[in-house]
Write a protein that binds this ligand. Structure first.
Ligand SMILES: *[C@@H]1O[C@H](CO)[C@@H](O)[C@H](O)[C@H]1NC(C)=O
Ligand SMILES: *[C@@H]1O[C@H](CO)[C@@H](O)[C@H](O)[C@H]1NC(C)=O
Ligand SMILES: *[C@@H]1O[C@H](CO)[C@@H](O)[C@H](O)[C@H]1NC(C)=O
Ligand SMILES: *[C@@H]1O[C@H](CO)[C@@H](O)[C@H](O)[C@H]1NC(C)=O
Ligand SMILES: *[C@@H]1O[C@H](CO)[C@@H](O)[C@H](O)[C@H]1NC(C)=O
Length: 219
């Protein structure tokens, strides 16, 4: 009887220790899992690329008749995003250059530009929309085919135009800026004017570093 009691007591004690060990083990496991999750999240945030993402919203640029007759109004919606959780991005002194074919010429050529009124400054993980508006003068003989195209009521426009965005790019780290450099983005295809710009798909034209044709290269 006494021996049994003793045995029972020891068994209970052993059981209790096992239970505490198991509990400790589970807590350690949970803490480890938490640490791994936090590190994975931090690495994920750090590894997001230090790139400026540039888009032409709706992949189109609207051209409207203005006043006086023949004063054409160009309106462009652009989107700039910084996916990095680490760096700040500054994009300054920006101009958008427009390229397209006015008629059946094979090569797309430059015909107008739209200067940005503001610089773009993006803190970590942020997006900025910029609406650009300009009244380019296309009345000189060089640009006459483009003027005729946009001023005609036939609304043909340029279904596959190129918007080239050029400016000074600076990557800002917490403590300092990297050296500023020229960054050029080629957005294509962009429907410039005409009916195609009014009923184009809602998705944007993502811009890349490469010109779609050598003729539309800025450099
Ligand atoms: C442009 O189109 C408008 C409206 O059709 C017309 O009144 C005007 O004369 C045109 N301008 C030129 C320079 O052809
Ligand atoms: C075209 O219209 C804009 C806005 O109304 C105006 O500021 C600009 O002076 C006009 N351009 C010409 C050449 O008339
Ligand atoms: C352009 O090409 C189309 C079809 O190839 C033709 O119908 C049209 O007349 C041409 N336009 C010009 C301005 O040459
Ligand atoms: C492109 O941007 C850079 C930097 O802002 C500038 O130096 C250069 O003149 C621009 N090129 C054109 C063709 O606008
Ligand atoms: C980094 O560059 C931006 C844009 O040119 C400027 O506004 C900012 O003051 C610079 N920051 C430092 C720390 O130099």
């Amino acid at each position: 009887m006494a021996a049994d009691d003793l045995d029972d007591g020891r068994n209970t004690a052993v059981f209790r220790w096992r239970w505490i060990d198991a509990a400790r083990y589970l807590v350690a496991l949970a803490v480890t899992a938490l640490i791994v999750t936090v590190i994975a999240h931090a690495v994920h945030v750090l590894l997001r690329p230090d790139v400026l993402v540039v888009l032409v919203n709706k992949g189109s640029l609207a051209v409207e008749p203005g006043t006086p007759a023949g004063n054409l109004s160009f309106g462009l919606d652009m989107e700039f995003a910084n996916p990095s959780g680490r760096v700040v991005i500054y994009y300054e002194h920006i101009t958008a250059y427009l390229y397209g074919q006015a008629n059946n010429k094979t090569a797309a050529s430059y015909f107008a530009n739209i200067p940005f009124k503001e610089d773009v400054s993006l803190k970590q993980d942020s997006t900025k929309f910029e609406y650009l508006h300009a009244y380019p003068d296309l009345t000189s003989s060089d640009y006459k085919p483009f003027f005729d195209l946009f001023n005609s009521s036939a609304k043909k426009g340029i279904p596959e135009g190129v918007v080239v965005v050029n400016g000074t790019l600076t990557i800002g780290l917490y403590w300092s800026n990297q050296t500023a450099r020229t960054a050029t983005y080629y957005c294509w295809p962009v429907a410039i004017g005409g009916d195609s710009s009014e009923d184009s798909a809602a998705s944007g034209a993502q811009c890349s570093d490469d010109p779609p044709t050598p003729e539309a290269s800025l450099t």
